[in-house]
Design a protein around this ligand. Structure first.
Ligand SMILES: N[C@@H](CCC(=O)N[C@@H](CS)C(=O)NCC(=O)O)C(=O)O
Length: 205
């Protein structure tokens, strides 16, 4: 059986969400971030970078939430979490990479320079520059989604899981999102699989 290593309200929720969309059975291995378990040898043997999520499927170990969600989408085609035609897949990967490399990275950089880095590594001015970069990319995403329900083709996909998760994070950080992005985020946040994923993670603590 697949085993997901994670912790509630982190990027592992994306993977739990994708798994719940497919109806697949999986074990959940809680890695207590607050207790530093992600930097202990037992977990470093799974992901030497010491970050969650990781997924182990039949001895195959994976990290990087976008890659894992795409793997799940490929493994369970009946769930239709990735388009099957070449143009749909091109859209899927284009927007998945855009979300990760043009949106999420700026939230992460801002959080690091605001709170997470050692004091001597923080550059306070980077925080506002990162939010400025985020807003520029968010405007492009918003224009694309103005008349669309989904990032790729005409179906919900794992790219939407990653994108909605990044927008949740932005919203939580009080980043202003326009109505198009808020509606998109709220619409897909109502999916029962997300509620099940959150419950599964919460019950593991
Ligand atoms: N690019 C990775 C990022 C993984 C990541 O940074 N995970 C966070 C939790 S959301 C973590 O494990 N942080 C602990 C640390 O960096 O020490 C992914 O998408 O999976």
């Amino acid at each position: 059986m697949m085993k997901l290593y994670g912790y509630p309200q982190t990027r592992s929720t994306r993977v739990a969400w994708a798994l719940e969309e497919t109806g697949a059975e999986y074990e959940y291995g809680l890695i207590n971030l607050k207790a530093g378990e992600h930097k202990q040898p037992a977990f470093l043997a799974i992901n030497p970078f010491g970050k969650i999520p990781s997924l182990v499927d039949d001895g195959h170990v994976m990290s990087e939430s976008s890659a894992i969600c795409t793997y799940i989408a490929e493994k369970f085609p009946a769930a239709k979490l990735i388009p099957s035609d070449a143009k749909g897949r091109a859209e899927y990967f284009q927007w998945l990479f855009f979300v990760v490399s043009e949106l999420e990275v700026h939230l992460w950089t801002a959080a690091k320079h605001d709170r997470l880095l050692p004091e001597d590594k923080k550059v306070p001015a980077v925080v506002s520059t990162s939010f400025w970069e985020f807003e520029k990319a968010a405007a492009v995403l918003s224009a694309y989604l103005k008349d669309r329900q989904y990032l790729a083709g005409d179906q919900f996909s794992a790219a939407d899981i990653i994108c909605v998760s990044v927008l949740h994070w932005a919203h939580h950080q009080k980043v202003q999102l326009d109505d198009t992005l808020l509606n998109y985020m709220n619409r897909h946040s109502d999916r029962p699989a997300l509620a099940r994923a959150r419950k599964r993670e919460a019950e593991a603590t």
